[in-house]
Ligand binder design. Structure first.
Ligand SMILES: Cc1ncc(COP(=O)(O)O)c(C=O)c1O
Length: 380
Protein backbone atom coordinates (compact mmCIF):
# COMPACT_ATOMS: atom_id res chain seq x y z
CA UNK A 1 0.00 0.00 0.00
CA UNK A 2 1.28 3.46 -0.92
CA UNK A 3 -0.17 5.82 1.71
CA UNK A 4 -0.87 9.49 0.99
CA UNK A 5 1.84 10.49 3.47
CA UNK A 6 4.35 8.77 5.71
CA UNK A 7 7.43 9.27 7.88
CA UNK A 8 10.98 8.21 7.04
CA UNK A 9 12.68 6.68 10.07
CA UNK A 10 16.13 5.13 9.70
CA UNK A 11 18.62 3.42 12.01
CA UNK A 12 20.27 6.65 13.14
CA UNK A 13 16.84 7.90 14.30
CA UNK A 14 16.23 4.65 16.17
CA UNK A 15 19.68 4.72 17.78
CA UNK A 16 19.25 8.27 18.98
CA UNK A 17 15.93 7.42 20.62
CA UNK A 18 17.35 4.29 22.27
CA UNK A 19 20.23 6.32 23.67
CA UNK A 20 17.76 8.56 25.49
CA UNK A 21 15.70 5.60 26.68
CA UNK A 22 18.88 4.34 28.39
CA UNK A 23 19.68 7.74 29.90
CA UNK A 24 18.42 9.20 33.20
CA UNK A 25 16.11 11.74 31.53
CA UNK A 26 13.05 10.61 29.60
CA UNK A 27 11.45 14.02 29.99
CA UNK A 28 12.45 17.58 31.10
CA UNK A 29 16.04 16.64 30.26
CA UNK A 30 18.76 18.32 28.24
CA UNK A 31 17.58 17.30 24.78
CA UNK A 32 14.58 19.59 24.79
CA UNK A 33 16.67 22.76 24.84
CA UNK A 34 19.09 21.30 22.31
CA UNK A 35 16.25 20.52 19.91
CA UNK A 36 14.72 23.96 20.47
CA UNK A 37 18.04 25.67 19.76
CA UNK A 38 18.73 23.72 16.58
CA UNK A 39 15.18 24.22 15.39
CA UNK A 40 15.30 27.96 16.05
CA UNK A 41 18.59 28.13 14.16
CA UNK A 42 17.14 26.23 11.20
CA UNK A 43 14.15 28.54 10.79
CA UNK A 44 16.14 31.60 11.82
CA UNK A 45 14.02 32.55 14.85
CA UNK A 46 15.34 33.79 18.18
CA UNK A 47 13.36 31.36 20.33
CA UNK A 48 11.57 28.03 20.09
CA UNK A 49 9.43 26.18 22.64
CA UNK A 50 8.84 22.46 22.03
CA UNK A 51 5.45 21.05 23.04
CA UNK A 52 3.42 17.84 22.92
CA UNK A 53 1.87 18.37 19.47
CA UNK A 54 0.93 21.01 16.90
CA UNK A 55 -2.50 21.50 18.47
CA UNK A 56 -0.92 22.28 21.86
CA UNK A 57 1.40 24.71 20.06
CA UNK A 58 -1.60 26.60 18.65
CA UNK A 59 -3.48 26.43 21.96
CA UNK A 60 -0.55 27.95 23.89
CA UNK A 61 0.25 30.49 21.17
CA UNK A 62 -3.24 31.99 21.50
CA UNK A 63 -3.16 31.71 25.30
CA UNK A 64 0.18 33.52 25.56
CA UNK A 65 -1.25 36.59 23.80
CA UNK A 66 -3.73 37.33 26.63
CA UNK A 67 -6.62 37.99 24.28
CA UNK A 68 -9.85 38.95 25.99
CA UNK A 69 -12.51 36.24 26.01
CA UNK A 70 -15.35 36.96 23.59
CA UNK A 71 -12.96 38.49 21.03
CA UNK A 72 -12.94 37.19 17.47
CA UNK A 73 -10.19 35.32 15.66
CA UNK A 74 -9.97 34.77 11.92
CA UNK A 75 -8.54 31.69 10.22
CA UNK A 76 -8.82 29.74 6.99
CA UNK A 77 -11.73 27.35 6.52
CA UNK A 78 -9.40 25.12 4.49
CA UNK A 79 -7.43 23.65 7.36
CA UNK A 80 -7.41 20.94 9.99
CA UNK A 81 -9.82 21.64 12.84
CA UNK A 82 -6.88 22.31 15.19
CA UNK A 83 -6.25 25.78 13.68
CA UNK A 84 -9.65 27.13 14.72
CA UNK A 85 -10.07 24.95 17.81
CA UNK A 86 -7.20 27.00 19.24
CA UNK A 87 -9.66 29.91 19.38
CA UNK A 88 -12.28 27.79 21.14
CA UNK A 89 -9.88 26.59 23.86
CA UNK A 90 -9.26 30.25 24.64
CA UNK A 91 -12.85 31.53 24.59
CA UNK A 92 -12.44 33.29 21.24
CA UNK A 93 -15.18 33.34 18.64
CA UNK A 94 -14.07 31.59 15.42
CA UNK A 95 -14.48 33.51 12.19
CA UNK A 96 -13.40 32.25 8.77
CA UNK A 97 -12.22 34.12 5.68
CA UNK A 98 -12.58 32.49 2.28
CA UNK A 99 -9.61 31.15 0.34
CA UNK A 100 -7.72 32.19 -2.75
CA UNK A 101 -8.78 30.06 -5.74
CA UNK A 102 -5.18 29.55 -6.86
CA UNK A 103 -3.21 28.92 -3.67
CA UNK A 104 -6.09 27.53 -1.53
CA UNK A 105 -4.74 29.75 1.26
CA UNK A 106 -6.71 32.35 3.19
CA UNK A 107 -7.27 35.44 0.99
CA UNK A 108 -6.14 38.77 2.54
CA UNK A 109 -9.06 40.56 0.90
CA UNK A 110 -11.46 38.12 2.55
CA UNK A 111 -9.81 38.75 5.93
CA UNK A 112 -10.59 42.44 5.51
CA UNK A 113 -14.26 41.59 4.91
CA UNK A 114 -14.46 39.70 8.21
CA UNK A 115 -12.86 42.35 10.42
CA UNK A 116 -14.97 43.78 13.24
CA UNK A 117 -14.14 45.81 16.33
CA UNK A 118 -13.84 42.48 18.18
CA UNK A 119 -11.20 40.96 15.87
CA UNK A 120 -7.96 40.50 17.79
CA UNK A 121 -6.01 37.73 16.10
CA UNK A 122 -5.50 36.05 12.72
CA UNK A 123 -4.20 32.51 12.20
CA UNK A 124 -3.17 32.12 8.56
CA UNK A 125 -2.36 28.54 7.60
CA UNK A 126 0.42 27.70 5.14
CA UNK A 127 -1.70 25.16 3.33
CA UNK A 128 0.13 22.18 1.79
CA UNK A 129 3.45 23.93 2.48
CA UNK A 130 2.83 27.12 0.50
CA UNK A 131 3.17 30.15 2.77
CA UNK A 132 0.01 32.20 3.08
CA UNK A 133 0.20 35.77 1.74
CA UNK A 134 1.91 36.77 4.97
CA UNK A 135 3.22 40.09 3.72
CA UNK A 136 -0.28 41.43 3.02
CA UNK A 137 -1.78 39.74 6.08
CA UNK A 138 0.87 41.36 8.25
CA UNK A 139 0.07 44.77 6.77
CA UNK A 140 -3.64 44.31 7.56
CA UNK A 141 -2.77 43.12 11.08
CA UNK A 142 -0.53 46.13 11.74
CA UNK A 143 -3.18 48.52 10.50
CA UNK A 144 -5.88 47.02 12.73
CA UNK A 145 -3.75 46.12 15.76
CA UNK A 146 -4.16 42.35 15.40
CA UNK A 147 -1.89 39.56 16.52
CA UNK A 148 -0.72 37.08 13.89
CA UNK A 149 -0.06 33.41 14.64
CA UNK A 150 1.13 31.54 11.57
CA UNK A 151 0.05 27.90 11.51
CA UNK A 152 3.00 26.41 9.67
CA UNK A 153 2.21 22.77 10.49
CA UNK A 154 2.62 22.04 6.75
CA UNK A 155 5.46 24.41 6.01
CA UNK A 156 8.62 23.49 7.89
CA UNK A 157 11.41 24.38 5.46
CA UNK A 158 9.29 26.60 3.19
CA UNK A 159 10.40 30.14 2.32
CA UNK A 160 8.48 33.36 1.65
CA UNK A 161 8.91 35.47 -1.46
CA UNK A 162 11.51 37.53 0.43
CA UNK A 163 13.64 34.39 0.81
CA UNK A 164 13.18 34.22 4.57
CA UNK A 165 12.28 31.00 6.31
CA UNK A 166 8.78 30.23 7.52
CA UNK A 167 9.16 30.22 11.30
CA UNK A 168 11.50 33.22 11.35
CA UNK A 169 8.46 35.22 12.48
CA UNK A 170 9.21 38.10 10.12
CA UNK A 171 5.44 38.39 9.52
CA UNK A 172 3.96 36.93 12.71
CA UNK A 173 4.13 37.20 16.49
CA UNK A 174 4.33 33.44 16.79
CA UNK A 175 4.62 30.54 14.36
CA UNK A 176 3.56 26.99 15.17
CA UNK A 177 4.67 23.66 13.70
CA UNK A 178 3.62 20.02 14.01
CA UNK A 179 5.82 16.92 13.97
CA UNK A 180 3.04 14.46 13.23
CA UNK A 181 4.40 11.58 11.09
CA UNK A 182 3.20 12.98 7.76
CA UNK A 183 4.91 16.36 8.32
CA UNK A 184 8.35 17.46 7.03
CA UNK A 185 10.04 15.86 10.04
CA UNK A 186 8.50 13.79 12.80
CA UNK A 187 8.78 13.18 16.53
CA UNK A 188 5.76 10.86 16.58
CA UNK A 189 3.52 13.43 18.16
CA UNK A 190 5.13 16.80 18.73
CA UNK A 191 5.02 20.48 18.00
CA UNK A 192 6.96 23.71 18.46
CA UNK A 193 6.33 27.44 18.66
CA UNK A 194 8.82 30.00 17.40
CA UNK A 195 8.97 33.69 18.25
CA UNK A 196 11.38 36.61 18.40
CA UNK A 197 9.69 38.04 21.49
CA UNK A 198 11.51 37.18 24.71
CA UNK A 199 8.47 37.79 26.94
CA UNK A 200 6.28 35.47 24.88
CA UNK A 201 9.04 32.88 24.94
CA UNK A 202 9.33 32.93 28.76
CA UNK A 203 5.57 32.80 29.09
CA UNK A 204 5.23 29.82 26.71
CA UNK A 205 7.84 27.83 28.63
CA UNK A 206 5.80 28.34 31.77
CA UNK A 207 2.44 27.60 30.14
CA UNK A 208 3.56 24.25 28.74
CA UNK A 209 4.47 23.17 32.28
CA UNK A 210 1.28 23.86 34.32
CA UNK A 211 2.10 27.57 34.60
CA UNK A 212 4.93 26.63 36.94
CA UNK A 213 7.98 28.85 37.35
CA UNK A 214 11.24 27.44 38.68
CA UNK A 215 13.81 29.97 37.60
CA UNK A 216 15.14 31.92 40.55
CA UNK A 217 14.97 35.28 38.80
CA UNK A 218 11.23 34.96 38.25
CA UNK A 219 10.17 33.64 41.69
CA UNK A 220 8.41 35.80 44.28
CA UNK A 221 10.43 34.15 47.04
CA UNK A 222 13.05 31.43 47.14
CA UNK A 223 13.10 29.45 50.38
CA UNK A 224 15.06 26.50 48.99
CA UNK A 225 15.93 24.19 46.11
CA UNK A 226 12.58 22.34 46.25
CA UNK A 227 10.61 25.48 45.63
CA UNK A 228 8.51 26.33 42.58
CA UNK A 229 5.54 28.57 42.00
CA UNK A 230 2.44 27.99 39.92
CA UNK A 231 1.94 31.55 38.79
CA UNK A 232 -0.87 31.01 36.31
CA UNK A 233 -2.99 28.20 34.91
CA UNK A 234 -1.03 26.23 32.34
CA UNK A 235 -1.02 22.67 31.02
CA UNK A 236 1.18 19.64 30.77
CA UNK A 237 2.05 20.11 27.10
CA UNK A 238 5.68 19.00 27.44
CA UNK A 239 7.58 17.09 24.79
CA UNK A 240 9.63 14.08 25.99
CA UNK A 241 13.40 13.84 25.59
CA UNK A 242 13.17 10.80 23.34
CA UNK A 243 10.89 12.75 21.03
CA UNK A 244 13.40 15.62 21.03
CA UNK A 245 16.17 13.12 20.18
CA UNK A 246 14.13 11.92 17.22
CA UNK A 247 13.50 15.53 16.20
CA UNK A 248 17.23 16.33 16.32
CA UNK A 249 18.06 13.29 14.26
CA UNK A 250 15.32 14.06 11.72
CA UNK A 251 16.38 17.69 11.50
CA UNK A 252 19.79 16.56 10.21
CA UNK A 253 18.06 15.00 7.18
CA UNK A 254 15.52 17.71 6.51
CA UNK A 255 17.18 18.99 3.33
CA UNK A 256 17.18 15.50 1.84
CA UNK A 257 13.50 15.08 2.75
CA UNK A 258 12.55 18.39 1.13
CA UNK A 259 14.62 17.71 -1.98
CA UNK A 260 12.93 14.36 -2.49
CA UNK A 261 9.47 15.88 -2.07
CA UNK A 262 10.29 18.44 -4.74
CA UNK A 263 11.57 15.76 -7.13
CA UNK A 264 8.32 13.81 -6.79
CA UNK A 265 6.24 16.95 -7.31
CA UNK A 266 8.21 17.74 -10.48
CA UNK A 267 7.62 14.23 -11.83
CA UNK A 268 3.90 14.39 -11.05
CA UNK A 269 3.64 17.84 -12.65
CA UNK A 270 5.43 16.68 -15.79
CA UNK A 271 2.91 13.89 -16.27
CA UNK A 272 -0.23 15.64 -15.08
CA UNK A 273 0.18 19.13 -16.56
CA UNK A 274 -1.33 18.15 -19.90
CA UNK A 275 -4.37 16.38 -18.45
CA UNK A 276 -7.40 18.57 -19.09
CA UNK A 277 -9.33 17.06 -16.16
CA UNK A 278 -6.66 17.43 -13.44
CA UNK A 279 -5.19 20.64 -12.05
CA UNK A 280 -1.73 20.33 -10.47
CA UNK A 281 -0.83 22.44 -7.44
CA UNK A 282 0.05 26.05 -8.12
CA UNK A 283 3.22 27.48 -6.58
CA UNK A 284 3.35 31.26 -6.43
CA UNK A 285 6.29 32.89 -8.10
CA UNK A 286 9.16 33.52 -5.71
CA UNK A 287 7.70 31.27 -3.03
CA UNK A 288 9.51 28.11 -2.03
CA UNK A 289 7.11 25.43 -0.79
CA UNK A 290 8.16 22.16 0.84
CA UNK A 291 5.03 20.53 -0.59
CA UNK A 292 3.60 18.84 2.45
CA UNK A 293 0.75 17.70 0.17
CA UNK A 294 0.21 17.20 -3.53
CA UNK A 295 -3.37 18.38 -3.93
CA UNK A 296 -4.83 17.72 -7.37
CA UNK A 297 -8.14 19.32 -8.41
CA UNK A 298 -10.22 16.87 -10.44
CA UNK A 299 -12.97 17.45 -12.92
CA UNK A 300 -14.92 14.43 -11.70
CA UNK A 301 -17.73 15.10 -14.14
CA UNK A 302 -15.40 14.90 -17.09
CA UNK A 303 -13.90 11.58 -16.03
CA UNK A 304 -17.39 10.24 -15.26
CA UNK A 305 -16.52 9.09 -11.75
CA UNK A 306 -17.31 10.44 -8.31
CA UNK A 307 -14.48 11.21 -5.90
CA UNK A 308 -15.55 8.21 -3.86
CA UNK A 309 -15.20 5.99 -6.90
CA UNK A 310 -11.78 7.45 -7.71
CA UNK A 311 -10.56 6.92 -4.14
CA UNK A 312 -11.90 3.37 -4.14
CA UNK A 313 -10.35 2.55 -7.51
CA UNK A 314 -6.97 3.85 -6.36
CA UNK A 315 -7.27 2.07 -3.02
CA UNK A 316 -8.00 -1.23 -4.76
CA UNK A 317 -4.78 -0.68 -6.66
CA UNK A 318 -2.77 -0.07 -3.48
CA UNK A 319 -2.81 3.73 -3.57
CA UNK A 320 -3.97 5.80 -0.61
CA UNK A 321 -5.40 9.27 -1.09
CA UNK A 322 -7.01 11.79 1.25
CA UNK A 323 -9.16 14.90 1.18
CA UNK A 324 -7.61 18.04 2.65
CA UNK A 325 -9.83 19.48 4.02
CA UNK A 326 -13.51 19.29 4.83
CA UNK A 327 -14.20 23.03 5.39
CA UNK A 328 -13.95 23.43 9.16
CA UNK A 329 -17.16 25.46 9.49
CA UNK A 330 -19.12 22.55 7.98
CA UNK A 331 -18.18 20.30 10.90
CA UNK A 332 -21.31 19.53 12.95
CA UNK A 333 -19.82 21.12 16.08
CA UNK A 334 -19.17 24.40 14.27
CA UNK A 335 -22.57 24.44 12.58
CA UNK A 336 -24.39 23.67 15.82
CA UNK A 337 -22.51 26.09 18.06
CA UNK A 338 -21.70 28.96 15.73
CA UNK A 339 -24.47 28.84 13.12
CA UNK A 340 -22.27 28.27 10.08
CA UNK A 341 -24.04 26.92 7.01
CA UNK A 342 -23.26 25.47 3.61
CA UNK A 343 -22.33 28.09 1.00
CA UNK A 344 -20.91 30.46 3.66
CA UNK A 345 -17.50 30.32 1.91
CA UNK A 346 -18.11 29.49 -1.77
CA UNK A 347 -14.49 29.39 -2.89
CA UNK A 348 -13.59 26.92 -0.18
CA UNK A 349 -16.58 24.72 -1.00
CA UNK A 350 -15.88 24.73 -4.73
CA UNK A 351 -12.29 23.70 -3.92
CA UNK A 352 -13.46 21.03 -1.45
CA UNK A 353 -15.67 19.37 -4.07
CA UNK A 354 -12.74 18.83 -6.41
CA UNK A 355 -9.65 18.23 -4.27
CA UNK A 356 -7.79 14.99 -3.69
CA UNK A 357 -4.32 14.61 -2.16
CA UNK A 358 -2.13 12.08 -3.97
CA UNK A 359 0.68 10.18 -2.24
CA UNK A 360 3.70 12.35 -1.44
CA UNK A 361 6.40 11.55 1.09
CA UNK A 362 10.19 11.43 0.84
CA UNK A 363 10.51 7.68 1.20
CA UNK A 364 8.38 7.08 -1.92
CA UNK A 365 10.37 5.19 -4.54
CA UNK A 366 10.39 6.07 -8.24
CA UNK A 367 8.38 2.90 -8.80
CA UNK A 368 5.73 4.06 -6.33
CA UNK A 369 5.57 7.41 -8.12
CA UNK A 370 5.22 5.77 -11.53
CA UNK A 371 2.51 3.49 -10.21
CA UNK A 372 0.48 6.47 -8.98
CA UNK A 373 0.94 8.26 -12.31
CA UNK A 374 -0.16 5.19 -14.28
CA UNK A 375 -3.34 4.71 -12.28
CA UNK A 376 -4.23 8.39 -12.29
CA UNK A 377 -3.87 8.54 -16.08
CA UNK A 378 -6.02 5.43 -16.40
CA UNK A 379 -8.91 7.22 -14.71
CA UNK A 380 -9.92 8.76 -18.03
C1 LIG B 1 -2.74 22.85 9.47
C2 LIG B 1 -2.61 22.06 10.74
N1 LIG B 1 -2.56 22.71 11.90
C3 LIG B 1 -2.43 22.06 13.07
C4 LIG B 1 -2.32 20.69 13.11
C5 LIG B 1 -2.22 20.00 14.43
O1 LIG B 1 -1.02 19.31 14.58
P1 LIG B 1 -0.94 18.01 15.53
O2 LIG B 1 -1.54 16.88 14.80
O3 LIG B 1 0.54 17.84 15.73
O4 LIG B 1 -1.65 18.33 16.80
C6 LIG B 1 -2.34 19.98 11.93
C7 LIG B 1 -2.21 18.51 11.98
O5 LIG B 1 -2.35 17.73 11.14
C8 LIG B 1 -2.49 20.66 10.70
O6 LIG B 1 -2.53 20.01 9.54
Amino acid sequence: MIPYGSQWIDNTDIKSVIQVLKSPFLTTGPLIARFENEFAMFVNAKYAVAVANGTAALHLAVLALDIEKGSEGITSPNTFVASSNAFLYNGIQPVFADIDAKTYNIHPQEIKKQLTSKTKVVIPVDFAGQPADMDRINTIANKHGLFVIEDAAHALGSKYKNGKMVGSCCYSDLTTFSFHPVKTITTGEGGIITTNNRKLYERLKKLRNHGIEKEENFLNQNPGPWYYEMQELGYNFRMTDFQAALGLSQLKKIRKFIQRRKEIVETYNKHFNNLSWLKSPYEEEGVNSVFHLYVALFDFQKIGKTRKQVMEYLFENGIGTQVHYIPVYLQPYYQKNFGFREKDYPQCESYYKRCLSLPLYPKMTNRDVQKVIKHIKELY
